[in-house]
Design a binder for this molecule. Structure first.
Ligand code: BJ8
Length: 382
């Protein structure tokens, strides 16, 4: 981290510091809306004058409690998220006045039914195909979310407010994308671990104006580092792309060893990586239609088919000069596990580069085994 400006620490610590900020927000009488998924149109939440906050849990602390209600053989992200709600241990869940969830995978949507008994939970019926009928349905779901927020918070969400917040969120996306794209440089001026920490930190930063300013400064600084060849990463380090399930709960045991062993993660295709940042909301379209189009187009494995993910992956492999792909599949995540077959084919046959799939959970029990597999994978990359 030698070449990183002080602002990096702020992002890296954002999840923890965000607790205090969230309390300040509540003390000011403002509202918070907890969200679980990239499909939630956060522009609508901002337009209601509320603050969206990510609720996806990233450690296994509350899984034993969750397993009293949920089956053991369920994705750790779902169990941990529910466990934090059940035990009241997550301040973000605690401070959320409303939770918004979508009908994504089976486990999540069934968990939301139980969550609804603990918190006010609004479910958006996400279609799982991308076509005209789905777009109409998704537009109606966005309208229903607007009505829910208006009634809950006693506010009016006007077209103007939606437009304003579409612009506001696009601005954030553009800057995050520029930051993320630093991974294209050879060598990158920042490690994948650090890139991930910043992208993750942005989910827990409430003052977006300040965040954008900090990020812009950090990007300028890191470009300078690259120009002057002062970065800590070797230009020969094998360049890795991570794809698959969200990695908030496992990046320490996947990304860290990869980089400690000499590789560098230059691209994250997962949620909180490029998946949500790639496409902006069209500012010239009617707001609800523009939002529906953008969000329905997210290439997550809950969509069937999900060709968009394959296209993005192929482009990223070229643009980021990827030497190898690591796919992370959380235990019992069937949609990503099934897609693995095609992803492996695209990476190894179409792009002719090495691929490895890791099935893991939030525990530390497989840490040693993952490290050994990462070591063997990096040897393969030369
Ligand atoms: S847009 S990736 S955040 S659904 S919870 S599908 S890991 S079994 S999180 Fe996701 Fe939205 Fe898609 Fe992103 Fe699998 Fe677990 Fe389900 Fe999961």
């Amino acid at each position: 981290m030698n070449n990183l400006p002080k602002d990096f620490e702020i992002f890296s610590d954002a999840r923890r510091q965000g607790f205090l900020k969230a309390k300040e927000i509540k003390d000011r009488g403002e509202n918070m809306v907890g969200v679980f998924c990239t499909y939630t149109p956060k522009e609508v939440i901002y337009a209601a004058g509320a603050h969206p906050v990510s609720l996806c849990a990233s450690n296994d602390e509350t899984i034993p409690e969750a397993e009293k209600h949920l089956p053991k053989n369920l994705c750790p992200l779902i169990k941990a998220s529910y466990g934090f709600a059940l035990t009241d241990k997550c301040p973000y869940m605690y401070f959320s006045d409303l939770v918004v969830g979508e009908t994504t995978c089976d486990g999540k949507k069934k968990m939301y039914e139980l969550l609804g008994e603990i918190k006010d939970t609004h479910i958006m019926n996400l279609p799982n195909m991308k076509n005209e009928e789905s777009l109409e349905l998704w537009k109606k779901e966005i309208e229903k979310l607007i009505t829910k927020l208006e009634n809950k918070f006693n506010v009016e969400i006007t077209e103007e407010k939606l437009k304003e917040n579409i612009k506001f969120c696009n601005e954030e996306r553009k800057i995050l994308k520029e930051f993320y794209s630093l991974g294209k440089l050879v060598p990158p001026p920042i490690s994948g671990y650090e890139i991930y920490k910043v992208l993750e930190g942005a989910n827990f930063t409430f003052d977006k104006k300040e965040q954008n300013e900090r990020l812009t400064k950090m990007i300028e600084h890191l470009k300078e580092v690259h120009k002057n060849n002062e970065g800590p990463i070797s230009k020969n380090a094998p360049r890795i792309l991570i794809t698959g399930c969200p990695i908030g709960g496992v990046y320490e045991k996947v990304v860290k060893p990869l980089e400690e062993l000499g590789g560098v993660v230059v691209a994250f295709e997962n949620c909180s990586g490029i998946k949500n940042l790639e496409e902006l909301v069209d500012e010239s379209e009617t707001p609800i239609t523009a939002l529906a189009k953008k969000y329905l187009n997210i290439p997550c494995s809950v969509m069937s088919p999900n060709k968009g993910r394959e296209e993005i992956l192929k482009n990223l492999i070229d643009e980021y000069q990827i030497d190898g792909v690591v796919e992370v599949v959380l235990q019992a995540c069937h949609t990503y596990a099934v897609e693995s077959y095609n992803i492996r084919k695209i990476v190894t046959k179409d792009k002719e580069i090495p691929y490895i799939a890791l099935e893991t959970d939030y525990s530390q029990t497989d840490f040693g085994q993952i490290k050994i597999r990462m070591e063997a994978f990096l040897e393969l990359l030369g």
